[in-house]
Design a protein around this ligand. Structure first.
Ligand SMILES: [Fe+2]
Length: 203
């Protein structure tokens, strides 16, 4: 059995508490949800450590329940770590390497924004701009829950949270207005840092 290694929530950048249009109260509540995902991830892995594997069953079993919900917890961690990391910037059009990738794969920043916004309105939880290492391009993927529908071998670079908890406090049901605020607070420098760190080929 793999050894359990607890992880800790990443700290929230101070800039997240001073976003344009997304309130401090909203971000603080959202961060507590993220802390909850980390706690459940650690709890599930600890339970898996000692679980008797002989009861494994696809209809219902503790192993199944723990592993299905582990995917939800891990999704909640990874999604929110991207989300919190790349907010706190000045928004506007993409710059640097990501600008060239978006231009190549969507035609323009405007078309990328239009498609990501539409994807965010069509999703029940998430929309991601990810680089697919097999297709060698960016695409705006749709998500519903924390664990639907990730694409293997694709690296998310923009994670748009469209769960109601992300916007209801500030925008009630106006998700479109929240998505505009999300764009206005993106930090393209952070996204370009990931492109460099992951070695995503330049356009
Ligand atoms: Fe969220």
């Amino acid at each position: 059995m793999p050894m359990v290694t607890d992880i800790e929530p990443r700290e929230l950048k101070p800039a997240l508490l001073e976003l344009d249009g997304i309130s401090r109260a909203s971000i603080e509540a959202h961060y507590r949800l993220y802390q909850g995902y980390v706690g459940k991830r650690n709890e599930i892995l600890a339970k898996l450590e000692t679980l008797d594997r002989s009861g494994a069953n696809q209809v219902y079993s503790e192993l199944r329940a723990l592993k299905v919900d582990l995917s939800f917890a891990i999704g909640g961690i990874k999604n929110h770590e991207i989300y919190f990391a790349h907010l706190g910037g000045g928004g506007g059009n993409p710059t640097g390497a990501v600008a060239a990738l978006i231009e190549r794969d969507f035609g323009s920043a405007e078309k990328w924004r239009e498609d990501l916004k539409a994807t965010g309105l069509a999703g029940r939880g998430w929309a991601w701009t990810a680089y697919d290492w097999d297709e060698h391009r960016l695409f705006n993927y749709i998500g519903d829950a924390q664990n639907t529908f990730p694409i293997w071998n694709a690296t998310p670079l923009v994670a748009l949270d469209v769960y109601e908890h992300a916007y209801f406090l500030d925008f009630q049901t106006d998700r479109a207005a929240y998505i505009e605020a999300f764009f206005a607070n993106l930090d393209w420098g952070v996204v370009n840092g990931w492109i460099a760190a992951y070695g995503i080929p330049a356009a």
